[in-house]
Design a protein around this ligand. Structure first.
Ligand code: SAM
Length: 273
């Protein structure tokens, strides 16, 4: 007979809400095991693990229709028209709140970031969502080494499809970056709009995670205003970031572009190019 953790994992993976995402088993186990290790009953632990999973997957942020998105990209690239390709990328970036909010500032966003870091030859996009579809606005050559990680398999598949059509030396992979940080050495790592959710999943986890990222620059972004746009979140986000960094010798350059605060953290880890 299966143990209760495996039963929970199977239930989530088969559920109507999550089955199309093909979530990694390790993530689901980790969520439940941590609640059980905190001394909760099986029932309570499963309830909390489900709540955390909802917050991690954040279905309320939105998704494109993935099969249709692949077709749209194929059509745009078949025409060989960069303007049309950008149009389709824009439409897809609009489907998810994180990238939708960044869209009006996209070119300015990457210009500002790379004016701090220099134009990178390698990028690691952690918990990437649909952000790699913003590549046409990054002002980077196709020869860049671009690694993207997310837990959401349809997103990962779509990104690999796009990378191939675009002719990029890039790979998207399904990975729980918290439980299993990527081993790649890069010049610049993006960790956009997710650090606050990591704290909700596991309080204090950002410190070890940021230490594990092998990048010369780690760019952490957080929303500077609440979703409705009414409340400033700047002080709260600064407390989070500087709390994580306490005692670490890494200089930080702060930027604010649109409604996004970006902390450019110079870790100084050597990139392997
Ligand atoms: C709020 S969205 C941000 C997307 C992107 N970074 C951006 O700002 O455009 C968070 C993304 O992180 C992914 N995610 C959450 N936890 C993760 C983890 N532990 N490892 C990898 N991806 C994760 C989610 O699937 C989602 O695509």
């Amino acid at each position: 007979m299966s143990d209760p953790i495996s039963v929970f994992v199977e239930e989530i993976q088969a559920s109507r809400k999550y089955r199309s995402l093909r979530l990694p088993e390790d993530l689901l186990r980790d969520l439940l095991e941590r609640e059980l290790a905190a001394g909760r009953s099986q029932k309570e632990a499963e309830k909390l693990a489900r709540q955390k999973l909802h917050n991690i997957v954040a279905p309320y942020l939105g998704d494109p229709d993935y099969p249709q998105a692949k077709l749209l990209l194929e059509e745009a690239f078949a025409f060989g028209d960069p303007a049309l390709q950008k149009q389709v990328c824009t439409r897809l970036l609009q489907a998810h709140a994180s990238t939708r909010e960044r869209l009006p500032f996209l070119e300015e966003f990457y210009l500002a970031l790379f004016s701090v870091t220099g134009r990178p030859g390698s990028i690691l996009d952690l918990a990437c969502g649909l952000n790699p579809l913003a590549f046409p606005w990054m002002g980077l050559p196709l020869s860049i080494r671009y690694f993207a990680c997310d837990i959401h398999q349809p997103r990962v598949d779509l990104l690999n499809h796009y990378f191939q059509l675009q002719g990029l030396a890039a790979v998207a992979e399904q990975r729980d970056v918290l439980a299993d940080p990527p081993p790649y050495h890069v010049e610049v790592a993006f960790f956009f709009k997710e650090a606050h959710r990591f704290e909700q999943r596991q309080r204090g986890c950002n410190r070890a995670f940021w230490q594990a990222v092998r990048a010369r620059w780690l760019l952490v972004s957080l929303p500077s205003v609440s979703l409705g746009g009414h409340h400033s979140l700047r002080d709260r986000q600064r407390r989070l970031v500087y709390g994580v960094l306490q005692g670490l010798p890494w200089p930080v350059v702060e930027l604010e572009i649109g409604a996004e605060l970006v902390f450019c953290i110079e870790k100084g880890d050597e990139a392997q190019t």
